[in-house]
Design a protein around this ligand. Sequence first.
Ligand code: C2E
Ligand code: CA
Ligand code: CA
Length: 892
Amino acid sequence: MDRTRRWTPFAGLAYLTLLGGAALLPPGQRRLASDAVVVVAAVVTAVVVARAGRRTCARARGWHLVSLSLVAGVVLASSAELLSAVHGPVDPPRTAASVLPHLLGAVAVLTLLGRSRLRAGGARLLVESALFCTAAFVLAQLLVVGPLVRDLVLSGPARAALEASCLAATLLLGSGLTFVTAAGPARRTTGGVTLAGLAAVAVADCLSVLGSAGPFGLLGTGSRALYLVGLVLLCLAAQQDPGDGPAERAPGRRLTHGITLAGQLLPHGVMVLAAVLLLGSALFMATPTAAALVAVALGLLLTGVHRVVVVGDEMRYAGGLARSEAWFRRVVRASSDAVLVLDDDRAVTWAASVLADPAEAAGRPLLGVPLVDRVHPQDVETVRAWLGDADGPEVALDGLCSFRLPAEDGSWRVWEAGVTDLRADAAVGALVLHCRDVTVRLHAEDELRSLAFTDPATGLPNRAAHVIALAEELAAADDAPQVALLLFEVEGLDEARENVGRDVVELSVVEIGRRLRATVRGDDLVARVGPEVFAVLAHGEGDEPDRVAARCLSVVEQPVVTPLGLVDLSAAVGLVPLVGGLGPETVLDRAELAVREARRSGTGSVRRYDPALGAVRDRRERLRADLVGARARGELGLVWQPIVSLAEQRVTGVEALVRWNHPVFGELEPEEFIPVAERAGLVGDVQRWVLHEALLAAAALPEHGAPLRLGINVSAVHLASGTVVGDVSSALRAAGFPAQRLVVEVAGSTTLLEDPSVASDFAALRLMGVHLALDDFGAPSSTLDHLTRLPVDVVKLDRTFLARVDKEKQTRALCASVIGIGGDLGIDVVAEGVETPSQLTVLRTLGCGFAQGFLLSRPLTLPALVACLDAGGGHLWPGQVGRVDVARADAG
Ligand code: C2E
Ligand code: CA
Ligand code: CA
């Protein structure tokens, strides 16, 4: 088909050449030859149009009708030519022959558009088409009918045929204009070419009427040429018609916006031209025809009607636009995602009310001002870096940015914004910022963050916050410490808990926190880093932190008044100066070492960290590791210390004391490794070995007079494990040792003794016949209470107590009363750590039953003990027979 289209202009040229050739023929043949060219061209065009239409349109009826009208035109014209006898001017049959084809053509063109599109054009399309038709009719009246009427006296039928022919031609033109106006944008060129083609055909027809009227003889050939041009244009229009696709057929809404400029201007232009020509003809030539005058009047009327229709359309259109703009404005204003529009200089040209109103109320309106002049001063650089400057280098406008804008009450709200660059968009030409109020979210995040770093009970910073602050101080620290970490481990809470209960103790701890906060200086940070531990970052050089520690300790030791009575607390304090290069973990570790040392030094002590503390800890850890296989490797041993009856001056018992012969550190005292074993959970193992070995050995000891009692120490941790009864009975069985000769020694300082399960273990041991001794009685932490409440058989007076017995009256009185109570309750009293004869004398005077100490005998190896017993026949007294040289006995 494309090929046909390319050939169409050439075919047109060929027709015109043939027509030119025909014009050169003698007058007799000229008319016939040129008519033949026209007929052939018309038929060819009809065929081409019909075929093209079938290809382009879903319903090709329109183009088929066009093709039919062309064929009808030539057939009717030829028939009229043949039928009409007279070849006079304005022959009625020949003039009338064009009426039917033109009407058919008009219907054909309207069919091309389709009914739905015509309906969518509405009143406006109708008025415009009518106006165009009227104007064209006036022109036809002026150019064709008027002159003919004036120059020729026309018969009635001839006049009627002429008027009808003019009317049909104007209707054809009107249909062409309707096509141009109402067709969719894709079909506008087709419409234009069709209108031009139809205009050429219609004008050619009118000219041919004039030409046939004699005086205008030359016009005959010209009108045929114009007709041929019209045919070619119609051919082209049909070939390039994109068709009436679904969108074409159903435009969906009124065509108001789609109506073209041509549709608006052409009818008026033609009408003005017609009116001017009418006026001119009235002045210079002759009176216009009545039909022309009526048509002009109608045209004027239609112009008015057109104006009314257009105004209505415009009002509707403007109303719709205003409504939709208002709708969009309201949507944008109502949206919580506030919008800011900035011009090229980053000045605000529009702001949603959520942003604009508060700023306005705060006296800092946004409109017309660069955004950076209104954001929080601290955010200026951030915003500038994000949006760039009008004069500065281009920045990639993307990502989110947070900045603060004024709120009504003078505070700031935080907005998070994204930017869309619409500067290249001609309709907007601006930067559009979509903002979101994140104030509440940020506030909530801050709150969460502060919760995560706050101790809920005291409101003080917690451990996490303390570690951060410590890290910051360490980062700023150098070799000369300006800040020290003080770690306070509150003491006395266990007792307080027993006296006043957990809740009151918690209140007391809160009070301690408050006192510490009130005691330190403003820049010193107090934190609660554990349930019973506070930390202070104390500023100051030299011994200033020690003074802060002492002040803090004194406020901790002031009794806390509670509804349930006074709570007395104290603290063990570790002090570590912050030196550059240390990590927070190291510092906290050192502080804990110092606290442990302070605890060991007694209640209410402050200890500075010393590298030796680290060495102590390392040794302890080494012991802990080595203790695991010590028993299996045979590194454990026993020594024995005799207990002497002061009345009989003879050995009545021995205490078995454990030793660890460490491969590196040599012989270790139980006071060093038993606590390690307790913490490592190994004390039970050690204890079972001691029981087993001691009972076996004691069973084989020589008897001089009375059988010896054997004292064995049992640690509080082992007691708490609940296996003591089983361990003791199995050891007794294995050794065949009589239970009545065994004394289990338990330190009197432990609060564990009041535990009901421990009490029932004591009862079970006593049922077995085992005796119970309250060890270390009179040591600072032991209580007189146990003496009366526990089923003890022996009390061992602590050696710290004994040390002053010969020097202090009170101690002596206390000792006398213990001995007295013991006597009353039938409890044996053993004085431990007797080192001097004067102590021994005092004890004898006071009536103490038994003594144990270096004065009588140091702890001995088993052979030395046997030698000691055998040498004195069981007698042992300082300066008397039986005083054994231990070294000699061991060698022996
Ligand atoms: P303890 O039960 O009070 O034992 C007496 C301690 O006092 C022994 O120290 C002994 O050597 C020492 N001592 C005796 N007379 C004197 C003296 O005149 N002056 C001085 N300064 N000290 C004297 P040791 O053997 O170092 O035992 C220390 C503690 O270790 C014992 O105190 C006991 O509580 C514990 N212990 C010893 N053996 C065992 C054991 O097998 N199991 C458990 N759980 N603890 C044990
Ligand atoms: Ca003991
Ligand atoms: Ca003791």
